[in-house]
Design a binder for this molecule. Structure first.
Ligand code: IPM
Ligand code: MG
Length: 359
């Protein structure tokens, strides 16, 4: 085995995870083989599947394998079956622990309107036309990880609490990611906060403003999170890079699914100092799992991001993106993005069409 072999840890997870990951792997293998690019795949359990098999949403073996890999591909985690579980045995806890353990502090979520899907949005074409932004979501801090956290007090008088906590260095490093990315785009960063109410956001705003001083060629605006939610549906094309706290980014990036027609099409990359993790931004969709109707585009385009960011092969990323666009242009669609004059196909057939384009 040569050094050029890339090890990829594959984590299908729950619900539609197995189907969409199978699609993405078919595309990945094909593109890699054609380019003479060696990959080794290792499948491991995470989330509900790992709870069922190992009573642990992030088994040691899974974490070890991820750490030893060059990149990680994940489907989705969660489902009603595990909802009643205590926090330590929830599928989502496994994903959050993985992000934390791999130090994946930056989550990049591109939201780009494909002209061919403009009719799929519930918003008017003149509103969503030209949408092309990236949500840069802080991923290992903020409200998701702040302590103390919990529910205390006797039954009938309980108090539930979480904390939004950020240290200066955590804000600095994610801000730099946003400014660096903006330099390769339209050079505009909108930093999202709630500085009119929350002290943690006052620090966020101050630190982001300081970091902006290192990037005089990038324009910085601060926007309150409530106004940002409104602007995203009112005039979404104004945004280039949106820099957000962990939970603000979780919420706002789902709006991206409405702008572009379906959350099923949106990919993401989570980056830190070690191996990066690639996953669609949608959830496990248990209601449609196993029916061969899930949209695999978010996961396939996550593989494209993997080629670009982890393997420095933007050419292969473009091949994948182009093949996906090509199939959509042909009028071939999964049910979530069906429209008049299109032909609805299942996950597998949609994937085969993409593979044909790549041949
Ligand atoms: C996401 C998801 C996760 C999150 C869940 C599954 C824990 O909603 O990646 O956006 O909240 O980060
Ligand atoms: Mg989410």
């Amino acid at each position: 085995m040569s050094d050029s072999v890339k090890k990829i840890c594959v984590l299908p997870g729950d619900g539609i995870g197995a189907e969409i990951v199978a699609s993405a792997l078919a595309v990945l293998k094909q593109v890699a083989a054609r380019a003479g690019f060696d990959v080794e795949l290792y499948e491991e359990a995470i989330g509900g599947a790992a709870i069922d098999a190992f009573n642990n949403p992030l088994p040691d073996q899974t974490l070890r394998r991820c750490m030893e890999s060059d990149a990680v591909l994940l489907g989705a985690v969660g489902g009603p079956k595990w909802d009643p579980n205590p926090p330590a045995l929830k599928p989502e806890t496994g994903l959050l622990a993985l992000r934390k353990a791999l130090g994946l502090y930056g989550n990049l979520r591109p939201v780009k309107m494909l002209p061919v899907l403009i009719g799929c949005s519930t918003l008017k074409p003149e509103v969503v036309g030209g949408v092309d932004m990236v949500v840069v979501r802080e991923l290992t801090g903020g409200l998701y990880f702040g302590t103390p956290r919990g529910v205390s007090g006797e039954p009938g008088k309980e108090t539930g609490f979480n904390n939004m906590v950020y240290q200066r260095h955590e804000i600095e490093r994610i801000a730099r990611k946003a400014f660096e990315l903006a330099r390769r785009r339209r050079r505009k960063v909108a930093s999202v906060d709630k500085a009119n109410v929350l002290e943690v956001c006052q620090l966020w705003r101050k630190v982001v403003t300081e970091v902006a001083g290192e990037y005089p060629d990038v324009e910085l605006n601060h926007i309150l999170v409530d106004n940002c939610a409104m602007q995203m549906v009112l005039r979404p094309a104004q945004f280039d890079v949106l820099l957000t706290e962990n939970m603000f980014g979780d919420i706002l990036s789902d709006i991206g699914g409405v702008l572009t027609g379906s959350i099923g099409t949106l990919p993401s990359a989570s980056v830190g100092d070690g191996p990066a993790l690639y996953e669609p931004i949608h959830g496990s969709a248990p209601d449609i799992a196993g029916k061969d109707i899930a949209n695999p585009v978010g996961t396939i385009n996550s593989v494209a991001m993997m080629f670009e960011y982890s393997f420095d092969r933007p050419d292969l990323a473009k091949q994948i993106n182009d093949a996906v666009s090509g199939v959509l242009n042909d009028g071939c669609r999964t049910a979530d993005i069906a429209g008049s004059g299109t032909r609805v196909v299942g996950t597998r057939e949609f994937t085969e069409r993409i593979q044909e384009k790549l041949r």
